[in-house]
Write a protein that binds this ligand. Structure first.
Ligand SMILES: [Mn+2]
Length: 272
């Protein structure tokens, strides 16, 4: 029995299967955690979504920004971008079952026995575990409600912002979602920017990776995350970065939570 966390798949279904063979995944005994962005940009988003949905309780998934984008497009709110590869899902006979399953996934997962939390992108530095799970639940309840479309309409505003517990309504939901599903860099006061997407070093000096902020309230809790494919390997007692850029021709990674170790496979077919 093992629990493995797996990086951003983004429709790279064949590489996921190769990785599962490499870790000798046994669905009868093992569990998989997925950091989100199951779909988009890669060639087999529909196959990926069906496969992970069919894993049922064997798989734990948190939502990433590409998963949110799929939900918004399917709801008629978001528009497909040139590089999106979501059309086969939108055309699938089982699309409603797949989308319903997806919108019931959480934004954050925490497992007390294993001692790990998982998010797609990051957390606000002032949130402790309890607060973060509560803020995630606020967005989750809207995604699962009839009001999800209103939220999708505000979700895309690519503006920098700051968490405050006084935020209300859709603004509050968007800021919460930005931390969980989009954040990379923050200022020392915890405000975030969604403008800088490269590796640390290319951002203005006053910005830090969210996990490096001093006095981060979750500093004692190991956090697994994806989203930041240009980050490079980060594996310390505090955070484990799992997006190792399969979609960009680098690697798809699995990290074993029981006795920390890595398995990676190469994705050379996507290098251009
Ligand atoms: Mn992402």
């Amino acid at each position: 029995m093992a629990t493995w966390a797996i990086g951003d798949i983004q429709g790279c279904f064949d590489e996921l299967q190769q990785l599962l063979r490499a870790i000798e995944f046994d669905p009868a005994h093992d569990c998989l955690w997925f950091v989100g962005d199951l779909v988009n940009r890669g060639p087999k988003s529909l196959e990926t979504l069906r496969f992970i949905r069919d894993l049922a309780d064997t798989a734990t998934v948190v939502l990433g920004n590409h998963d949110f984008h799929l939900l918004a497009v399917a709801a008629g709110v978001g528009r497909l971008h040139k590089k999106d590869t979501l059309q086969p899902i939108l055309d699938a006979p089982d699309r409603e079952e797949l989308l319903d399953w997806l919108r019931f996934r959480p934004l954050m997962h925490y497992h007390a026995d294993l001692g790990y939390a998982m998010v797609h992108a990051g957390l606000a530095p002032t949130w402790d575990l309890h607060a973060a799970l509560g803020y995630a639940a606020e967005v989750e309840s809207v995604l699962r409600s009839d009001n999800a479309s209103e939220f999708y309409q505000v979700m895309y505003s690519e503006v920098d912002d700051c968490w405050s517990d006084t935020l209300t309504g859709n603004h509050r939901l968007r800021v919460i979602t930005d931390y969980f599903a989009r954040v990379r860099f923050c200022l020392p006061d915890g405000c975030y920017s969604v403008q800088f997407k490269g590796p640390p070093g290319g951002q203005p000096v006053e910005y830090l990776p969210w996990f490096d902020l001093p006095q981060r309230a979750t500093a004692g809790l190991p956090i697994i995350f994806g989203h930041w494919s240009s980050l490079g390997v980060v594996d310390n007692s505090s955070v484990v970065a799992l997006d190792t850029g399969c979609l960009w021709g680098r690697q798809l990674s699995a990290f074993c939570l029981d006795e920390p170790c890595w398995v990676r496979i190469q994705c050379p077919q996507y290098a251009k």
